[in-house]
Design a protein around this ligand. Structure first.
Ligand SMILES: [Zn+2]
Length: 371
């Protein structure tokens, strides 16, 4: 019997992660939550003393629990579970950073111009509520609109205006009419902007929210670690759970792959759409994305494991995609790597997945770690 993944635990943590702002570059708060979660799963005491340590995670972060936890200097986290084979180690990653924005300019009107962080198109955020994260800790809400949003003022132009960055602005929910008044709030160029995730779990088992890419997978890794730790099952090989914080801008796992890693599974959203086999109810296994083919042997083994354990799965080619596994490979890691994850509909827009897809992903990872 394979250890069971506690799906309620996964879903609870997922909602907490989704509702904590974490655009790439602004992840300290969410990483503190991640550290706390792994410390609770691993049974070790929480505290700052475990940071740093050996680069293979061997001695760096033991807290008396089953998981050794350490942080990378750039803010990522690695939780290590010792396995029977300590030489041929395995790495599972998920990224906790998300799309977002940054204040580019304070306009004479007191409204804000912004630049996107990661690949959020203006279409996908038009009308979205957002939060400006001022450097002094104050938070201000606003709405992302076109510069000609009022239909009763701009008529046809309101419809026809091209949706591109220079035509978008943020209307602050503050009584400001000049740049000086906005600055007086503590808002400045360089402040991070978080999009409202609009997280909702429906009775039919769907979870719809922004940023399921890739917080769903972070929650999956919590569930997988908990299943193994609680069942007191040692994985076949020492396994690192790596939560990265710069994936959306391309360099999440370009640093931090422990040196004894032989196999690396980046757990990230599975693509869903026309010409794609996967859906929200299965684990998607990526054969190839824009960065090239992933490891053939790993793909075959994962498909075999899914079949043997009756886990709903599909193999796909992702047309516009790169992952932390590609970042690690490009940075020179000598690893065999692949991407898998629950199918996510409408990625980088109003995303949605289903509890069944999340469960399939967690189940396949548990089966893999025991194989
Ligand atoms: Zn992602």
């Amino acid at each position: 019997m394979q250890p069971k993944v506690d799906m309620d635990f996964v879903m609870d943590h997922l909602v907490k992660l989704l509702t904590t702002p974490s655009p790439s570059g602004h992840t300290d708060e969410v990483m503190a939550m991640v550290e706390e979660a792994f410390a609770a799963i691993g049974g070790g005491a929480t505290g700052g003393s475990a940071r740093g340590g050996a680069s293979d995670g061997a001695a760096g972060g033991a807290r008396g629990g089953a998981l050794e936890i350490r942080r990378t200097n750039k803010g990522g986290l690695i939780a290590t579970l010792r396995g029977a084979d300590d030489e041929n180690q395995r790495l599972l990653s998920a990224h906790v950073d998300t799309l977002g924005g940054m204040v580019k300019e304070i306009k004479a009107s007191g409204r804000l111009k912004y630049v996107p962080i990661g690949g959020a198109s203006p279409h996908s955020v038009e009308g979205e509520y957002c939060t400006i994260l001022a450097d002094d800790g104050r938070r201000y809400t606003g709405t992302i609109l076109t510069i000609k949003a009022a239909a009763h003022v701009y008529g046809q132009e309101a419809r026809d205006l091209p949706r591109k960055e220079e035509n978008m602005e943020i209307r602050l929910d503050e009584k400001v009419k000049t740049a000086a008044e906005t600055r007086a709030l503590g808002i400045e160029v360089g402040n991070f902007i978080a999009f409202d995730p609009r997280t909702e779990v429906t009775p039919a088992g769907f979870i719809k929210s922004r940023h399921l890419d890739d917080k769903a997978s972070v929650a999956v890794l919590f569930g997988v670690a908990k299943a193994l730790v609680e069942a007191v099952v040692r994985p076949a090989a020492t396994t690192h759970f790596f939560i990265t914080n710069f994936e959306e801008v391309g360099h999440g796992a370009s640093y931090g792959v422990p040196p004894k890693t032989k196999e690396y599974i980046a757990v990230d959203m599975g693509v869903v759409g026309d010409g794609i086999q996967a859906d929200e109810y299965c684990v998607s296994i990526c054969a190839k994305d824009s960065t090239g083919p992933y490891d053939e042997g790993l793909r075959r083994r994962l498909v075999e494991l899914a079949k043997a354990n009756g886990i709903p799965h599909a193999v796909d080619i992702y047309p516009y995609y790169g992952s932390d596994a590609s970042a690690a490979l490009r940075a020179g890691a000598d690893i065999r790597a692949i991407v898998i994850g629950q199918g996510v509909d409408a990625s980088h827009a109003y995303e949605r997945t289903h509890r069944e897809g999340i469960k399939a992903t967690a189940d396949l990872l548990v089966a893999y770690l025991l194989s």
